[in-house]
Design a protein around this ligand. Structure first.
Ligand code: NAD
Length: 323
């Protein structure tokens, strides 16, 4: 049957792309192209539920654990995120949220194009860092994370605390690294995201230190146990602990306000010193996040708006025209 054949074909293709992206840090296609195949697979699986498979790329968090690193089990899984590509998708998200838990506020943040990291503090000291891996098991990259100067090794909170965020490489550092690699005749990194992912999973911390990675933290795990009721308050608490958060964040009352904020962010996107591949929209009330829960792959209280492909094409065209 046609659909069954296409589903199999798409799964194989997405597996290959994921391997290149998450394991080799060398994607062969643009994210937009990956997203298009992914959407096609999602739609086919919805239309033909008899071909559902728990191992499908739509049912698993991407990524694997490299040999050479100790493994870390995430007590709370590190999940992926649902996607929205337009206002219509966001309105559908909003409607579902309101139907299930009533009025909410939305916290709007930059979607930093790096890789997810989990940091653990015990007795006020940094003790461990782990990558997302497959969501359940990640890689212990403690020594490499110690080279990131903006991550504090001591904080004024003695309770055990897990903080999650994004490790990234600034556009300037990415350019410098690729210039140096070109001078040495080495293969270039495709983009800052892949350079950051490749760097944090280097076995030699001295090399990692030269890469000059940075990080923004955006989640305080189990914030309620610190007497916090809102995601925005959790970030303010991280600020007080001198844990670096992204100051560009907005609280919105309605999805229309979220959309206006997205449009403004799209306009200034190119002026930022680091890359963002979208905007993340989160329900601010933690108790409502809890009630909304998660699927096997994504939390149901947040969504990533991805910038449209035209922008990428326009920028490519600009480059072609100015060369
Ligand atoms: P994702 O990158 O779309 O979204 C989830 C991630 O967003 C989180 O793990 C976190 O690291 C990050 N994030 C950044 N800023 C955040 C913030 N403020 N708050 C919360 N999280 C934030 O999902 P994914 O599962 O990591 O990757 C899937 C995406 O990766 C695809 O949509 C595709 O674009 C890309 N991909 C590309 C290829 C390729 O071959 N080009 C292959 C596989 C995946």
């Amino acid at each position: 049957m046609e659909a069954e054949k296409r589903i199999k074909e798409l799964r194989e293709l997405l597996e290959k792309f994921s391997y290149e992206y998450y394991v080799l840090d060398q994607p062969s296609v643009e994210d937009r192209e990956y997203d298009r195949y992914y959407q096609e697979l999602e739609e086919l699986e919805k239309a033909y539920p008899q071909f559902q498979d728990a191992n499908s790329p739509t049912q698993r968090v991407g990524g694997t654990v490299l040999a050479g690193f100790a493994k870390v089990v995430h007590e709370k899984p590190m999940l992926s995120m649902g996607n929205a590509f337009n206002l219509e998708d966001l309105k559908a998200f909003d409607e579902r949220i309101r139907n299930e838990v009533g009025e909410v506020h939305y916290h709007v943040e930059y979607k930093i194009d790096g890789l997810a990291i989990s940091l653990l503090y015990r007795d006020g000291r940094f003790v461990r860092a782990a990558t997302r891996g497959d969501g359940t098991v990640g890689e212990d990259v403690t020594n490499n994370v110690k080279t990131i100067k903006s991550i504090p090794m001591a904080i004024a909170e003695t309770k055990e605390m897990e903080v999650r965020g994004e490790v990234f490489l600034s556009k300037a550092q990415f350019a410098r690294i690729n210039e140096e690699r070109a001078a040495r005749g080495e293969e270039l990194f495709a983009n800052p995201r892949n350079a950051a992912a490749g760097s944090i999973r280097q076995l030699d911390s001295a090399i990692v230190a030269q890469r000059k990675l940075d990080a923004f933290l955006y989640t305080l795990v189990d914030a309620e146990t610190f007497g916090i009721a809102k995601h925005s308050d959790a970030l303010a608490y991280l600020d007080r602990l001198h844990i670096k958060t992204n100051p560009n964040r907005y609280l919105c009352d309605t999805i229309e306000e979220v959309w206006e904020t997205i449009l403004k962010i799209s306009e200034i996107r190119d002026t930022l010193p680091y890359e963002i591949d979208g905007v993340v929209i989160k329900v601010d009330e933690l108790e409502k996040q809890e009630r909304l829960g998660a699927t096997v792959k994504v939390p149901r209280w947040q969504i990533a708006y991805k910038f449209p492909a035209e922008e990428v094409e326009t920028r490519l065209l600009d480059i072609v025209l100015t060369v």
